[in-house]
Design a protein around this ligand. Sequence first.
Ligand code: ADP
Ligand code: MG
Length: 249
Amino acid sequence: MAENGEATPLVKLDNVNKHYGDLHVLRDINLTISKGEVLVVIGPSGGGKSTLCRAINRLETIDGGTIVFDGRPLPAEGRELARLRSEVGMVFQSFNLFAHKTILENVTLGPIKVRKKARTAAEQRGMELLERVGIASQAHKYPAQLSGGQQQRTAIARALAMDPKMILFDEPTSALDPEMVQEVLDVMVGLARDGMTMVVVTHEMGFARRAANRVVFMAEGQIVEENIPEEFFTNPSTDRAKDFLSKIL
Ligand code: ADP
Ligand code: MG
């Protein structure tokens, strides 16, 4: 908490706009994410949710507005950009693990290569993180030998290994078989309770109700509505959100 009693912002987007050619994918996005906050982003396909995540860690450039991360505008290139990327973890729908590396190697690669951490220290911490996500016994296997849920938990451990200031999750359970969704959400709820700042694109309302401080509903590149989860799910204020919720419930 800052001295004035308000939560400290970690990310602040002001009038962010993004086009792909004629397509206006982010329209005047204003959004502040506080330290320790868990923000769920929900909305129809094509609404700009992934682009928003990718803009925050600068996998995408924006063409209007500003994004400030931890007090500084997003760096454009070089060492500052590499640092930003290491401070903002990302977990994708498709896991994106290195197939020819073991689970432990996937988790230690970033700390060793980017952070120049000693191998033994990286492996010790890597094993602690695999323990935390419940797959320490799989450390020496390869991704293809694990279930989808185990692979996604590896991806979360890999993100944590960089000691990120926040983690962006873009539909982390959408590619999983239904019986594996909960084990991944449970790990994410644990992170939320431990105070990790998280942006989570998901339609998992159970997760939103258990862990989110706020839900942002995005459609056609705009933030249409934002509210605490209980209010958003039981009493959405816009027809757009009502219509969307009626289709996914
Ligand atoms: P969501 O994640 O909410 O489904 P996206 O952010 O992926 O939405 O996409 C928003 C819009 O931008 C969609 O119409 C999509 O087709 C388009 N889009 C996304 N990435 C690109 C790209 N690299 N080039 C052109 N259009 C893109
Ligand atoms: Mg998406």
